[in-house]
Design a protein around this ligand. Structure first.
Ligand SMILES: Cc1cc2nc3c(=O)[nH]c(=O)nc-3n(C[C@H](O)[C@H](O)[C@H](O)COP(=O)(O)OP(=O)(O)OC[C@H]3O[C@@H](n4cnc5c(N)ncnc54)[C@H](O)[C@@H]3O)c2cc1C
Ligand SMILES: NC(=O)c1ccc[n+]([C@@H]2O[C@H](COP(=O)([O-])OP(=O)(O)OC[C@H]3O[C@@H](n4cnc5c(N)ncnc54)[C@H](O)[C@@H]3O)[C@@H](O)[C@H]2O)c1
Length: 454
């Protein structure tokens, strides 16, 4: 049996970053992947969704200037051409990933892996069905996650779609029902709405983007309603049926409506099915998320990183965990994994960002909290884009910044600076001593940091 210092299962942002770092460090490493290289992020997640949003951004720009009566016009998007561009870009990135792994001597093994024992896996080669057992000193499970559904709303992939199906449509549906107002529902809805699709959004919780600050949800809701989205909150979808090429959506209260297509975006489930985790006595929780300790260990010599451990379902969280785990394997750190605040963004015409705590979260922890904020309506860059709605909200405790949320046009560009401010626990004085260029959206952050706290 061939053995390796390290085997990694999955080549998404977690597995790929781990393989690259391990290869550079000289570990004899194999990366096993059953699908296309790059995982969800490259193939069906972060990258294609942002390409679609970027390509259609001018439509939102024209509309904003139209509202100011400064311009008029329209833009036609060649959807098949956009799909081809997506395929070309994603294909080129897959090739680049493969080349960079080869450069650092990582062996790429194509096939589906499952655990055979605490020190070996079996890889099933999809092409010929051959099974090969491979031994490891260390294993990283980075198998990611997939769309999840509740009984009664399983996609048929024709009319009732998941996020992957929606990225492959050849033409814009006339109407789209979106179930779930999390990041996927909000981003994808904005893209199709720009192409003329009528959106109905159903969210079971009491507001859209329910994990964000309520003020953020309110601004997003107003913007979406202005773009003629029909929004229903506080009512869950009970079932969706495909009838005569239409999606018939039934809410828990019995009301029904029809749309050409339905997108089910109600969260994700871990890719742990068929991994035979019992062979190494690896524990899971909930829907199958792998339980990890403070050092991301799921077993004595087995780590689980990225979506599959259910900690934070974001690409940069997966890569950060990967880099930590390689340092841990190389004994460069024995500290527990503690990345601090993980930044998050929802993209589109109306963007939302958050890093650190919300006021609600801190208050629940018993902390005394003050808030300062700045409205984007006073920011020259927001005004120039005809997009004055939104705000930057800073949450303080004991004189230090503990969290920042923002909503508005282009606020995703503020996220890394916000992350620095929160991670360094800036005081008001620190903000006073930094020169912010003028005119920039960043000035709204400075204004929020220096505003009266209440
Ligand atoms: C529509 C959408 C948009 C998103 N946008 C963003 C965004 O803008 N920013 C952001 O940070 N995050 C975004 N995400 C989330 C992000 O894609 C994930 O958090 C990230 O991809 C997780 O990385 P991972 O390495 O843990 O797993 P994945 O990227 O899911 O990769 C896991 C890999 O493991 C492989 N695998 C699974 N089981 C096996 C097995 N048994 N044997 C071999 N291989 C296996 C899979 O084929 C896959 O390639 C988005 C997700 C979606 C769905
Ligand atoms: N920009 C980004 O970083 C980005 C973009 C897309 C996805 N993602 C990641 O992908 C993950 C999955 O995204 P998602 O949007 O599918 O999940 P999510 O958990 O963010 O949102 C799902 C929403 O569906 C609602 N819901 C659940 N059941 C429902 C029902 N029966 N009826 C009506 N509403 C219902 C939930 O209340 C929730 O608000 C997220 O955790 C996110 O981290 C990130």
């Amino acid at each position: 049996m061939q053995t390796y210092d390290l085997i990694i299962i999955g080549s998404g942002p977690g597995g790929y970053a781990a393989a690259l770092a391990a290869g550079k460090a000289g570990l004899v490493t194999a990366l096993v992947e059953s699908g296309p290289l790059g995982g969800t992020c490259l193939n069906w997640g972060c990258i294609p969704t942002k390409l679609f949003l970027g390509a259609t951004e001018p439509i939102a720009g024209i509309r904003a200037q139209e509202r100011l009566r400064l311009a008029s016009g329209s833009m036609t998007v060649d959807l098949p051409a956009l799909q081809r561009r997506k395929d070309t870009m994603v294909g080129a990135s897959r090739k680049a990933i493969e080349q960079s792994l080869t450069r650092v001597n990582v062996e790429l093994i194509r096939g589906r892996a499952r655990l055979a024992s605490p020190t070996s896996i079996i890889v099933n080669n999809a092409d010929n069905g051959e099974e090969t057992e491979l031994g490891f000193a260390k294993l990283i499970i980075a198998t990611g996650s997939s769309p999840s559904f509740f009984p009664g709303m399983e996609p048929d992939h024709q009319t009732i779609l998941d996020s992957t199906d929606l990225l492959d449509l050849a033409e814009a549906p006339e109407s789209l029902a979106i179930i779930g107002a999390g990041a996927i529902g909000l981003e994808m809805g904005q893209f199709w709405e720009r192409l003329g699709t009528k959106i109905t959004l159903i969210e079971g919780m009491d507001r859209v983007a329910p994990t964000e600050d309520p003020e953020i949800s309110k601004v997003i809701t107003t913007a979406l309603k202005r773009a003629k989205w029909k929004i229903s909150t506080g009512k869950k979808v009970a079932s969706i049926q495909a009838e005569n090429n239409k999606a018939v959506v039934t809410l828990e209260d019995g009301t029904t409506f029809e749309a050409d297509k339905a997108l089910v975006a109600v969260g994700r489930k871990p890719n742990t099915e068929g991994l035979n985790l019992e062979a190494a006595a690896i524990a899971t929780q909930g829907r199958g998320w792998i339980t990890t300790d403070d050092c991301l260990l799921a077993g004595e010599n087995i780590y689980a990183i990225g979506d599959v451990n259910g900690r934070t379902l974001l690409a940069h969280a997966a890569s950060d965990q990967a880099e930590y785990v390689i340092r841990h394997i190389l004994e460069q750190t024995s500290d527990p994994y503690g990345p601090g605040p993980i930044p998050g963004c929802i993209y589109g015409s109306m963007e939302a960002i958050r890093t650190g705590f919300t006021a609600e979260e801190l208050t629940t922890q018993g902390k005394t909290v003050t808030i300062s904020r700045a409205m984007l309506s006073a920011n020259p860059i927001s005004q120039s884009h005809g997009a004055p709605a939104g705000l930057v909200k800073v949450v303080w405790s004991q004189g230090k910044v503990m969290g920042i949320s923002a909503v508005g046009h282009g606020v995703s560009h503020l996220i890394t600076l916000c992350e620095v401010v929160v991670k360094e626990g800036w005081t008001r004085e620190k903000a006073e001593n930094i020169v912010f260029a003028h005119p920039t959206l960043d000035e709204a952050l400075k204004e929020a940091l220096l505003a009266q706290q209440a």
